[in-house]
Design a protein around this ligand. Structure first.
Ligand code: ADP
Ligand code: MG
Length: 587
């Protein structure tokens, strides 16, 4: 680089960036982006060490007031990229909407509002307000009246408020479309155009999108002025940290392969992607039948249910979320251990979106992909796009799974013996010894009785998988300690006292019912789920946490389905006894 004038280099780079080229992985310290001390303090508190490439590139441009079209992958930190300049722009003394952020879904609106709130912690007098469908108008109207300046909303509800006159855009300085491609996919085009048309002409327009299809380009042409393109090529905060592995499995063996991998690798939190809604339904049922705590998320799952499912997943009450691409896009869930591509995604873009769900914000993550036959070629093309590497692994054998279980049992026994935290049963054991049994035989018999209860993993059946999904329940009681334990949120193996379980569900919209059968009648979550679904016909998502106590079981049911369940189950025989089901205080 001798004889090159640094000024010329700067001009050259600026010219390139005007054409959408940004040198990859150019990260800057936040302190160099021209931000106020209040924002820097909030960023510090949030633990962000440096600005991600999209933030480094977009924030300075947004602060100049220019329109921006931003494109970067999921997980690259787009929210802060637009939220930080938005907050900087607010005039706290003016109590009227100044920034409007449109998001495709209610979950995203809530997530973005949370991030805005964190970033604005030290900015006095700045208020944010999420507005979305399905929630009460009153609260939103009150928030608007109170003078919220940053409104984060879904297009439909924003239009409603505009029509009612409860939301006014006279003072709007900035409008941001987050995940614009997805909003178009969801049919919000007219709503978005209508909002844009009602916003003052002088405002700044910002559009973020993972992809730039025709519809988006039309929007940009019609509604922005000389936008700066900020595009970060396949570089995210996270991509390098994702360990990508694939398995060659025949279609019919996928479920078996999945269970073995989960068991051997002791996976506790994963999203499993399927190609269709039907596959999601089937796989969820299969997983539940095998003793895993799984739930699903796809286009046919109602908004209210989706939120419940997401909350349960975030709270770790659900271990495995089975989802389609559309349903899972843009969701920000922390600490997903593994993303499974149970079915191959359609294209590289979807592949990137999917695996971007793991290893967020620089934490390491794993992506596991199943390929059958010639799909391997398709996968190779997708990997190419991520600039990543993928390696092949072999599905664990039944022996490996067994060995894992044996090791777990061994460890468990060793820990228990070492800790001394168990009740001595000397007299019982003496009686057995007196009868002439050896100590090793007694211990073996006990282990046999414990069976799969001794370890976390369900027993793996080596036989091939049969389709379609069986209605799970009665035939497989032996393997459900998995569900029970995670739902209880602790490990009963360790002999710790159980935490007090309340009569009232801790999830909004759920009612806790009492079933008069419990552990002593060998009730397992699978029995409860199977019986409730089988007899009442309510959807799987309507069943929440299940707490099995010695003589009764507490089952959370979505409010709207409570009477269906109590009616359907009234007086049935369950585990050989007559069952009563009731709401505790209504008894
Ligand atoms: P995107 O909208 O591009 O998919 P998000 O804005 O949801 O990405 O950010 C993904 C995750 O990264 C979030 O958990 C966010 O808090 C975190 N994050 C954002 N910026 C940074 C940063 N500069 N350093 C560390 N983590 C960050
Ligand atoms: Mg986002």
């Amino acid at each position: 680089m001798e004889n090159v004038n640094p000024c010329q280099v700067a001009i050259f780079i600026a010219a390139l960036s005007r054409h959408g080229y940004v040198p990859t992985m150019q990260k800057k310290p936040f302190a160099e982006l021209g931000l106020s001390p209040d924002i820097l303090k909030a960023i510090e508190k949030m633990g962000f060490e440096e600005a991600s490439p999209i933030q480094s590139a977009a924030i300075p441009v947004l602060l100049t007031g220019a329109d921006v079209v931003g494109q970067s992958q999921t997980g690259s930190g787009k929210t802060a990229a637009f939220a930080i300049p938005a907050i900087e722009k607010i005039d706290a003394s003016l109590r009227a909407p100044q920034v409007l952020i449109l998001c495709p879904t209610r979950e995203l609106a809530v997530q973005v509002a949370e991030e805005v709130a964190k970033l604005a912690t030290f900015k006095r007098g700045v208020r944010e307000l999420p507005i979305y469908g399905g929630a009460s108008y009153d609260r939103q109207i009150r928030g608007l009246k109170d003078g919220a300046q940053i409104i984060i909303g879904t297009p439909g509800r924003v239009i409603d408020h505009l029509d009612r006159g409860t939301l006014r855009l006279d003072s709007l300085k900035m409008i941001i479309l987050d995940e614009a491609d997805r909003m178009l996919d969801m049919g919000f085009r007219d709503d978005i155009e209508s909002v844009l048309e009602q916003a003052p002409l002088g405002r700044q327009t910002v559009l973020f999108s993972a992809t730039m299809p025709r519809g988006i380009q039309d929007l940009i042409r019609k509604h922005t002025r000389n936008p700066e393109n900020v595009r970060i090529e396949s570089q995210t905060l996270t991509m390098p940290a994702i360990d990508q592995v694939y398995y060659e499995v025949d279609r019919r063996s996928k479920l078996e392969a999945l269970s073995r991998i989960i068991d051997v690798q002791n996976v506790k939190c994963a999203i499993i992607f399927c190609a269709t809604k039907m596959m999601c339904d089937q796989l969820t049922e299969h997983l539940i039948a095998r003793g895993y705590v799984a739930d699903k998320l796809h286009g046919d799952v109602t908004q209210a249910m989706r939120e419940r499912v997401m909350k349960r997943f975030r709270d770790r009450k659900v271990e495995f979320l089975v989802a389609t691409d559309v349903a899972a896009r843009g969701l920000d869930v922390e600490d997903i251990e593994v993303v499974f591509n149970y079915d191959l995604p359609h294209d590289g873009e979807d592949y990137v979106h999917r695996i971007g769900r793991t290893g967020r914000a620089g934490r390491s993550g794993r992506a596991i992909t199943f390929v059958a036959g010639r799909e391997i070629r398709k996968l190779e093309n997708m990997i190419h796009l991520t600039k990543g590497r993928i390696r092949r692994e072999k599905v664990p054998s039944v022996e490996e799974v067994e060995e894992k279980r044996t090791n777990q049992t061994f460890e468990l026994l060793r820990e228990t013996l070492e800790s001394g935290e168990f009740i001595k049963r000397d007299s019982l054991i003496d009686r057995l010894l007196d009868q002439g049994y050896s100590a090793t035989d007694i211990a073996s018999a006990l282990l046999h009785l414990l069976g799969s209860d001794a370890t976390r993993s369900p027993v793996v059946e080596p036989e091939p998988i049969r389709e379609p999904a069986p209605r799970r329940d009665s035939e497989r009681p032996a393997r459900f300690e998995r569900g029970e334990r995670s739902e209880r949120g602790e490990d009963p193996r360790r002999g710790r006292p159980a935490r007090d379980i309340s009569d009232v569900s801790d999830e909004a919209g759920m009612t806790r019912l009492v079933f008069t059968a419990g552990r002593l009648s060998e009730v397992r979550p699978a029995d409860i789920v199977g019986t409730v679904l089988g007899l009442s016909g309510i959807p799987r998502e309507a069943i929440g946490a299940i707490h099995i106590e010695p003589k009764h079981t507490l089952v959370d049911i979505a409010d709207e389905h409570v009477s269906a369940v109590t009616k359907a189950l009234a007086g049935i025989r369950f585990k050989g006894r007559k069952l009563a089901v009731f709401v505790p205080d209504a008894k």
